[in-house]
Design a protein around this ligand. Structure first.
Ligand code: GRF
Length: 213
């Protein structure tokens, strides 16, 4: 089988960074043909920045508040992405909207992961435990995880991979979150691998996966 060239990934993250760690591990274990070229976080105390620094991956703390204008902020993000020769942007628990100019510059090359089956339980304010609380409150029998391309709103881009997770009668938001997170850690790398293998074809809202050559 031909060797797959590692895809150059920039990770955006705000929080603890377990998805980022899973991606790193999968790269180290050669399950994923990727290279994390840089990490950007809007939170100084993000676990992701800490992990990146330990791994000697370039890590940047960037927020719009550090810049006089939105344009300067956006230019600075774009410059970092380009300087590190980013091919794919991976949002892993990133709590900010990505500026439109970056979405345009990386059209169909920005992924996000959401801890539910979109379009259910998505959108602004639907993050972390809020998602799982809402799933349980609704009485859903299944939940799941979605890897999707992003557009200019929260959680509305087309799905790349979706996997179901059963909701159990004695679930709490924490127990459901834990079961969903295990799936997230698998499918995020699987989705990235599809991009590394150049097997993703986008037709409108349909993300089609081509067979392996
Ligand atoms: C994950 O549940 C992901 O689906 C959501 O934010 C959470 C990030 O967790 N977008 P972590 O920082 O990767 O541990």
């Amino acid at each position: 089988m031909p060797e797959i060239k590692p895809i150059k990934i920039t990770v955006f993250a705000s929080g603890r960074g377990s998805n980022f760690k899973a991606i790193l591990d999968n790269i180290k274990n050669k399950i994923l043909a990727g290279q994390i070229v840089c990490v950007i976080s809007n939170r100084q105390s993000s676990g992701t920045l800490e992990t990146a620094r330990e791994e000697k991956i370039p890590a940047f703390h960037i927020t719009d508040r550090q810049f006089a204008t939105a344009e300067e902020y956006e230019d600075s993000l774009l410059k970092i992405l380009k300087d590190h020769k980013t091919e794919l942007v991976v949002l892993a628990g990133y709590m900010k909207l990505v500026p439109a100019c970056i979405i345009r510059a990386f059209k169909n090359r920005i992924l996000n992961i959401h801890p539910a089956l979109l379009p259910s339980f998505g959108g602004q304010g639907m993050y972390g435990h809020h998602v799982h609380e809402a799933v349980l409150k609704y009485g859903c029998k299944i939940s799941g995880a979605t890897v999707h391309l992003i557009d200019e709103e929260y959680d509305t881009g087309p799905p790349v991979i979706q996997v179901c997770v059963p909701v159990l009668e004695d679930d709490t938001p924490d127990s459901l979150a834990e079961r969903v997170l295990k799936i997230e850690h698998k499918i995020y790398s699987q989705a990235i691998q599809l991009f590394a293998e150049n097997r993703v074809v986008i037709e409108g809202r349909q993300v089609k996966i081509q067979k392996k050559k």
